[in-house]
Design a binder for this molecule. Structure first.
Ligand code: KMH
Ligand code: ZN
Length: 313
């Protein structure tokens, strides 16, 4: 079956959830992020999901120049599809119009769009770590306990207008079932055009959990509201569910995202030494299941992207 043949593997190489003291392998500088991305693509990823960090202390940033350096560095060295964040992190309290500035600036093939407001909280990580290298790390984790990650309907309208103007395909991040209802609403109102690209982000505090029933419910809700033929989907399982949910998604015909943004461990008690190690593991699993990792150009075709020469980096 065609749908069950090729699988798009996304690698989220650094993100904005984990902080430098949590793993020495988390890429921080543009050079490290570029190197990790290229190796992840060599291992079988076709999409690289990008966040930027201040190279001096690892703090997540929305600095366009850093994003540009990372994106152009990756583009020079491999053909990956680049999907830039508009979610930020470190910027969870900043309005979407500010976070979305990276879209007109870089005109990427893809960028994330977070489909609802929530208390996206990573404060429980504070209990796991005692010693932090930088003062900003514990402050940042604590702050998320009381921050509303704002993505109102007005924000979504404004962001989608900007995506459209720049030919950037939104990857619609749904952290809970209500976000799928929001997506269907935006589709019905004409702000989105099928085929949609939906990512079920599971296991973030403030959103849905990581059981197989949770994933089935997300998928069934999307099928019901949006229609199977109108969207493709991928799964993020945060933390220890990265491989269990990824495997389930692969069996169900969906795509999968791995990477140090979502999980620092390759298995219980053992830190992943690189993003490529995580990609290699999921590639092995999906091949055993009879699926073949899509190349970046196949992913472009499957997702109907505008092409790597139409970006501004
Ligand atoms: N941070 C992840 C849990 C985004 O960057 O906009 C979800 C994500 C969304 O990757
Ligand atoms: Zn992200």
């Amino acid at each position: 079956m065609e749908e069950q043949d090729r699988i798009i593997i996304t690698c989220a190489v650094t993100g904005a959830i984990h902080t430098p003291s949590m793993s020495p392998y988390l890429p921080i500088t543009p050079e490290q992020i570029i190197e990790e991305s290229v190796k992840a693509v060599e291992a079988g990823a076709s999409i690289i999901h990008i966040h930027a960090r201040d190279p001096t202390n690892g703090r997540p940033t929305t600095d366009i120049n850093i994003f540009k350096k990372i994106c152009s560095g990756i583009k020079e060295r491999c053909g990956a599809v680049i999907c830039v964040t508009t979610g930020g992190g470190g910027t969870l309290g900043i309005p979407v119009v500010e976070r979305v500035k990276v879209v007109p600036a870089l005109k990427p093939e893809m960028a994330t769009l977070n489909m609802g407001s929530m208390n996206f909280s990573i404060h429980p990580l504070l209990k796991k770590y005692k010693n932090f290298k930088y003062d900003w790390e514990p402050e940042y984790l604590e702050m998320t306990k009381d921050i509303v990650f704002r993505n109102t309907f007005k924000d979504l309208e404004e962001a989608l207008r900007i995506f459209k103007e720049n030919g950037t395909k939104p990857e619609l991040e749904c952290y809970d079932v209500g976000h799928i209802y929001n997506t269907a609403f935006m589709l019905n109102e004409g702000f989105l055009e099928p085929p949609l690209r939906i990512q079920f982000v599971m296991g973030i505090l403030g959103g849905i959990g990581t059981s197989i029933e949770d994933l089935l419910f997300m998928k069934q809700t999307a099928d019901k509201l949006i229609g199977k033929e109108n969207y493709t989907w991928s799964v993020v399982g945060a933390g220890r569910s990265q491989f269990s949910l990824g495997t389930t998604a692969a069996i169900m015909g969906g795509d999968v995202r791995v990477g140090l943004e979502d999980a620092l461990y390759i298995e219980k008690g053992r830190l992943a030494k690189s993003n490529a190690e995580l990609v290699t593991k999921i590639v092995k699993i999906v091949k055993e299941l009879g699926r073949r990792p899509a190349t970046p150009d196949e992913a472009r075709e499957m997702l109907r992207l505008k092409g790597k020469n139409k970006v501004a980096f």
